[in-house]
Design a protein around this ligand. Structure first.
Ligand code: 13P
Length: 288
């Protein structure tokens, strides 16, 4: 199946009370592991690319080529969106030109009027091309690939204003943080989420910082309108842990254990298991 916009899969998720996982990719192994898991689970999936990961993989065109090639060579039949994560205005334009099927413009650090103005331009551009667009109000706390947020909660009225511009999904800060949550984290602000959903209606809401949010809070967030959940750090942690175990066991020193196809295999398997676990919690299995 060709790349698709995230619009339809998220509208279906919102109506069906489940969420689609957006998993960040870093390289070929990551991408392959996530696509194979989505196919095996018959789940729609979003491959997310931060601007930093875009540079690391040598640019957006390389990523589009790699993902499109994999969809064909791996016979992927489930809906897959290729999505820019926390994009700048310039990054969003570059991904639109490179062939991404979905982009996020993160204008949350800008004055609100400027966030509106730039989001509006992208609504028009994406609308013409059938590309889905995510906007953000209220920053996500913590740091991801150089994007640092203070973690303030979104203003529900501002959320409505941005949602009404014609975007396809809305990220709103509700006490969520990128990376590991601190011991004293107070949990998600369901009161804020409830108010946002009351004002934005059918708009699929996006929960960033999926790593480490307890399952019961994830399920409650989905019940309150969250239809896309972003996960990045958890895949990185299990990949690193499995790779470390392989090396610490001296397996790279046995036979041809140093072959990268062997060395990176335990990490890839760990990503698959983590993605499947998340898809189960999000309720997206069998929804393709
Ligand atoms: P985590 O790294 O905390 O899972 O967050 C991922 C994310 O929100 C990507 O935008």
């Amino acid at each position: 199946m060709a790349l698709v916009s995230a619009k339809e899969m998220l509208q279906k998720a919102k109506a069906g009370h489940y969420a689609v996982g957006a998993f960040n990719i870093n390289n070929l192994e990551w991408t392959k592991a996530i696509l194979q898991t989505a196919e095996e689970c018959k789940s729609p999936v979003i491959l997310a690319v931060s601007e930093g990961a875009g540079k690391y993989m040598t640019g957006y065109k390389t990523i589009v080529g790699m993902v499109k090639g994999m969809l064909e060579e791996l016979n992927i039949t489930v809906p897959v969106a290729l999505h820019l994560d926390h994009g700048s205005f310039a990054g969003a334009k570059a991904c639109i030109n490179a062939g991404f099927s979905s982009v996020m413009f993160d204008g949350s650090a800008l004055p609100f009027d400027e966030n509106i103005e730039k989001t509006k331009i992208l609504v028009d551009a994406c609308g013409v091309l059938g590309i889905s667009l995510e906007a953000e109000v209220g920053s996500i706390g913590g740091e991801e690939d150089g994007v640092i947020g203070q973690g303030e909660c979104a203003d529900p009225q501002e959320c409505k204003t941005i949602a009404d511009l014609g975007i396809d999904m809305l990220a709103c800060g509700i006490g969520n943080i990128h990376g590991k949550y601190p011991e004293n984290w107070q949990g998600l602000r369901f009161d804020v989420l409830d108010n946002i959903q009351a004002l934005t209606g059918d708009m699929p809401l996006v929960l960033h910082g999926g790593t480490g949010i307890p399952d019961d809070q994830i399920k409650k967030a989905i019940a309150l309108g969250v239809s896309k959940i972003n996960v990045n750090t958890e895949c990185q942690l299990v990949f690193a842990e499995a790779t470390r175990a392989y090396i610490e066991a001296g397996k790279d020193l046995q036979g041809k254990g140093f072959d990268p196809r062997k060395l990176l295999a335990p990490g890839a398997e760990a990503i698959k298991a983590k993605v499947k676990e998340k898809m189960e919690i999000f309720g997206s299995i069998g929804k393709a």
